[in-house]
Design a protein around this ligand. Structure first.
Ligand code: NI
Length: 182
C-alpha cells in the first residue's frame, strides 16, 4: 500500500478514455483499490478515479460523509465501482459547485443530472445496480467523467462561476466542498 501521486489538469492521462477492467477480482485490482483508498483519505477527498493516479482503468471510489450532504440524500459508505455505467433518470438537472483533487484549490458550478442509475462490478466481480440522487448522483457523475477523460471545468457553462476557492468564498458564492473534494 502506498499513497499515490495525483495527476493534475494538463496531464494527458486525464484526457484519455480509461480501459475496461477484464477481471475485477484480479489481485492487482485489489492492490490498486487499496492504494486509491489510502490516497483519497490522505488528500481528504470525496472520490478518486484510477486515471487520477496515472492508472488508465475504469475504477472509481468515493465516500460521502453525512456533513457534506446539504440535501436529504444522506451519506454513503466507501464504494468501489469497477466498469461503472451511468444513465440519467429523467431530465431534472441542477447546478452545484464541484472541486477535484486534479484541479487543486479551485471550484466551479457544474450542471448535473439530479437522478442517475448506475451499474457496476464489485471487486468480487458481482454486478450491482442502484439509483442515486442529489449530491450522491453528482459525485458519481464527476468520478465517472474521469473515466472518459473529462474534467469538471470543461462542463462549466458560466466561467464567472469558476475560480480559486479562497477567492470565491470572499463573495456570495455558496462554496461547498464539491463532488470529489476530489
Ligand atoms: Ni475529480
Amino acid at each position: 500500500m502506498a499513497i499515490l501521486k495525483i495527476a493534475r489538469m494538463g496531464h494527458p492521462i486525464l484526457r484519455t478514455r480509461a480501459s475496461e477492467v477484464a477481471d475485477p477480482s484480479a489481485p492487482e485490482v485489489a492492490r490498486l483499490v487499496d492504494a486509491m483508498v489510502e490516497t483519497m483519505e490522505d488528500a481528504d477527498g470525496t472520490g478518486l478515479a484510477a486515471p487520477q493516479v496515472h492508472m488508465p482503468w475504469r475504477i472509481v471510489i468515493y465516500k460521502v460523509d453525512d456533513e457534506r450532504i446539504e440535501d436529504e440524500s444522506g451519506g454513503v459508505p466507501l464504494t468501489v465501482m469497477i466498469n461503472p455505467l451511468v444513465e440519467p433518470v429523467g431530465d431534472d438537472t441542477s447546478l452545484g459547485f464541484e472541486a477535484c483533487l486534479s484541479v487543486p484549490g479551485m471550484a466551479g458550478a457544474v450542471r448535473r443530472h439530479n437522478n442517475v442509475q448506475v451499474t457496476y462490478q464489485t471487486i468480487e466481480d458481482k454486478k450491482i445496480s442502484f439509483d442515486a440522487r442529489g449530491f450522491h448522483a453528482r459525485v458519481i457523475q464527476h468520478e465517472c467523467d474521469h473515466l472518459d477523460g473529462i474534467l469538471y471545468p470543461s462542463r462549466i457553462e458560466d466561467m464567472t462561476q469558476f475560480g480559486f476557492v479562497e477567492e470565491l468564498s470572499r463573495g456570495q458564492m455558496p462554496i461547498k466542498e464539491g463532488a470529489d473534494g476530489d
